[in-house]
Design a protein around this ligand. Structure first.
Ligand code: NAP
Ligand code: HSE
Length: 431
């Protein structure tokens, strides 16, 4: 019998308890042993819970961490603390740990994996990236023969759901967010989703594995989707693009890596532009395998529970474990030096002088344009939509700082990266 202690019985914890029960006999046959949930940690004993949790609830973490009969601790509370302290204590007490906590793993994964190695137990975190999509184990095992060159993908279900509903159903940002929360996709503080921090944590985890060096979330350049308005979605559509929150990391040579999470406009032939709703997709490029794509539901109760329960089975099965794979060091390229094409939306006075001044500021800063179009707004104002050529982000920022102080300019409303598919139809990334 494998005894499990679960810390957290929210969206994912409930899914895990129910999946272990509904697929009990299948799991037992596959593992060759029964898995039993012995105790479950919650904050509030008065909440209504799944019937499978009856008689197992506690509000004392040590009831799990100090229980000598518990073999596997499953941390599903979220947040940095006390989750990190509990994981540490479980590992020190020689219990396997399974977690879906990208915040803890992206910030403290190295120390915790080293602790797990010293204790001779597993620390598994498949559900921390891509919900139900197998990606951590494939990257650590199936792609282990490759030098990973590039990782790019849609890594946040909530924001992909919001952008899809805004584009396809014309929902407001607030409406779409409320529905994502109701469906259990969003973090308890949804600003982590909306501001891009959740995707940055996931990109940090994948980059650390892929580039064999420790890349923490604070080294990832992050922008969220909070500035994306219905106008951007409309203009992007008119130009043949879809807006996605894209997470990309790639080697640039000389031991350097670019790591960015930001909204991006993807052409309709881009493989990630078709990834809708809560679905996530991750493209990984290895020097031997070429490009491989992983796709599935990136958040939600049962998809995430699927990844967590697989880790419980793996931990219980034992065998030789893979610990920290951050053997080397990499330098991360500052965002100002990263080159891309950009979409820019401005609000300006409807007169030729304002337009001439904007063009002057762009020219002085070396920003070439592929196209510019004027859209009517009314009240003597126009909206100017531009697509730049490939330019360094820092040069564009300098130009826009000048532009926003021009007399005839009301607002620099948005800047969005423009991504093209490679000739072979896969993600082009930054250049
Ligand atoms: P959630 O619905 O907010 O549930 C959190 C649970 O943890 C609740 O049962 C809560 O207890 C308990 N909890 C929180 N802090 C606690 C504390 N200090 N002491 C005791 N219990 C505590 O969260 P979730 O959506 O299931 O997410 C859990 C983890 O999985 C997070 O790390 C999240 O990032 C990750 N994740 C979530 C998804 C998803 O789709 N939701 C997908 C992948 C990964 P009460 O019930 O008593 O309040
Ligand atoms: N809040 C996260 C998301 C949960 O929406 O992707 C899955 O990690």
């Amino acid at each position: 019998m494998i005894n499990v202690g679960i810390m957290g019985l929210g969206t994912v914890g409930t899914g895990v308890v129910e999946l272990l029960e509904t697929n009990r006999s299948t799991i037992a046959r596959r593992l060759g042993d029964e898995v039993e949930v012995k105790k479950i940690l919650v904050r509030d004993l008065s909440k209504k819970r799944t019937p499978y949790a009856e008689g197992k609830l506690t509000t004392r973490a040590d009831d799990i961490l100090e229980d000598g009969e518990i073999d596997v601790v499953v941390e599903l509370m979220g947040g940095e603390e006390p989750a990190r302290t509990y994981i540490k204590k479980a590992l020190e007490n020689k219990k396997h740990v399974v977690t879906a906590n990208k915040e803890v793993i992206s910030k403290h994964g190295k120390e915790l994996l080293e602790l797990a190695e010293r204790s001779g137990v597993s620390l598994l975190f498949e559900a921390s990236v891509g919900g139900g999509i197998p990606i951590i184990r494939p990257m650590k095992q199936c792609l282990a023969a490759n030098r990973i060159m590039k990782i790019s993908g849609i890594l946040n279900g909530t924001t992909n759901y919001i952008l899809t509903q805004m584009r396809e159903k014309g929902w407001s940002f607030g409406e779409a967010l409320r529905e994502a929360q109701r469906l259990g996709y969003a973090e308890s503080d949804p600003s982590a989703d909306i501001k891009g921090f959740d995707a940055a944590r996931k990109l940090a985890i994948l980059s650390s594995i892929g580039f064999n060096a420790r890349i923490t979330p604070d080294r990832v350049y992050v922008e969220g989707i909070e500035r994306i308005g219905p106008e951007d979605i409309k203009y992007a559509g008119e130009l043949g693009y879809t807006i996605k929150l894209l997470a990309s990391a790639r080697r640039t040579g000389e031991g350097r890596v670019e790591a960015v999470v930001a909204p991006a406009m993807l052409k309709e032939n881009h493989p990630l532009s078709a990834v809708r709703d809560v679905y996530n997709a991750i493209l990984v490029e290895g020097d031997a395998v070429g490009q491989v794509m992983f796709y599935g539901q990136g958040a939600g109760k049962m998809p995430t529970a699927s990844a967590v329960v697989a880790d419980i089975i793996d931990a219980a099965r034992g065998g030789k474990r893979i610990y920290c794979t951050c053997y080397g060091e990499v330098e991360v390229v500052p965002a100002s030096l990263m080159t891309s094409r950009f979409y820019v939306r401005l609000k300006a006075e409807d007169n030729p002088e304002a337009l001439a001044e904007i063009c002057g500021a762009l020219g002085r800063n070396g920003i070439g344009l592929e196209m510019a179009a004027q859209k009517g707004v009314g009240g003597g104002l126009v909206e100017i939509v531009m697509l730049t050529l490939w330019v360094p982000f820092g040069d564009l920022q300098r130009a826009l700082n000048e532009i926003k102080n021009l007399k005839g300019v009301k607002e620099v409303a948005n800047i969005i990266r423009v991504e093209e598919a490679d000739e072979d139809g896969l993600h082009g990334g930054h250049r």
